[in-house]
Design a protein around this ligand. Structure first.
Ligand SMILES: [Fe+2]
Length: 260
């Protein structure tokens, strides 16, 4: 049986100055510690997916820093932008990695055994909220309908569900209803992995588990009307896909001291 292991990293929020802090969290240091923890675990990943917010300042130096930290996985790295990303700068720094130009969508797909894994670009320039279009869903459905696809996993930044949080739901995903309709019609859509909310959660839409993954840096609370920093440990998600289904878990690096 083919078993494919995927590492999801999300919401890195790196800043150009190495020591710079975001809400008192040195995001580059945190990412280094998260990656150190993964390396120390000795676990193998067939694919590494970054679901957006590579940087916080969208500067070339910050994208360069992400690239050098993720270099060990450069042969298996898949990326989609978040709201804190700039497609033009991503294309400029990661020259030749993505098709298209300027503001064209940055998306991906790869086959993992009988699973079709698809990355969708929900970035809207100048907006914190995201958007998914009917064309994107059509593209994903065409990929899913290729021969040999038995299950589908989707990766993108903005969760396609209401999170039951005033502030998170204000900056959600426009067009999510069309995506939800696909999930309800096609039980092969089994897993949707997102970021954006800096918070771990799990919901069902149709037969699909919709999961959100902690940031590698700062964490937020669902409570309140505005994003509120909480002193929770940074983390990442491990996903295993095989012929029977999937298994996923969040790992947190509790030994990293979180500033209050
Ligand atoms: Fe973020």
């Amino acid at each position: 049986m083919t078993r494919v292991r995927i590492l999801q990293l999300t919401d890195l929020h790196l800043l150009a100055a190495p020591e710079a802090r975001l809400k008192n969290v040195a995001t580059r240091y945190f990412l280094e510690r998260v990656l150190g923890h993964i390396k120390q675990s000795g676990e193998h990943f067939d694919h590494v997916v970054v679901t957006g917010d590579h940087t916080h300042d969208e500067l070339p130096a910050s994208y360069d820093a992400v690239d050098s930290l993720l270099k060990p996985w450069s042969d298996r790295l898949w990326q989609v932008p978040g709201n804190h990303d700039d497609r033009r700068v991503m294309r400029q720094v990661y020259s030749g990695r993505f098709s298209g130009r300027n503001q064209d969508l940055i998306q991906f797909h790869f086959q993992a055994g009988a699973w079709c894994c698809i990355g969708l670009d929900t970035h809207v320039p100048g907006s914190v909220a995201g958007h998914i279009s009917r064309d994107q869903i059509r593209w994903a459905r065409e990929l899913a309908n290729r021969p040999g696809v038995e299950s589908v996993a989707l990766f993108f930044h903005h969760p396609p569900v209401l999170m039951g949080s005033v502030w998170m739901d204000k900056i959600g995903l426009d067009g999510k209803e069309q995506l939800q309709a696909w999930c309800c019609q096609d039980p092969r859509v089994r897993l949707i992995c997102c970021g954006h909310v800096h918070h771990a959660s799990e919901t069902m839409v149709g037969a699909a588990s919709v999961v959100t993954t902690p940031s590698t840096g700062i964490q937020f609370s669902r409570a309140g009307a505005t994003p509120t920093f909480v002193a929770a440990a940074p983390g990442y998600r491990i996903i295993e896909l095989d012929d029977r289904g999937f298994r996923t878990e969040v790992r947190r690096i509790r030994e990293i001291s979180i500033p209050e």
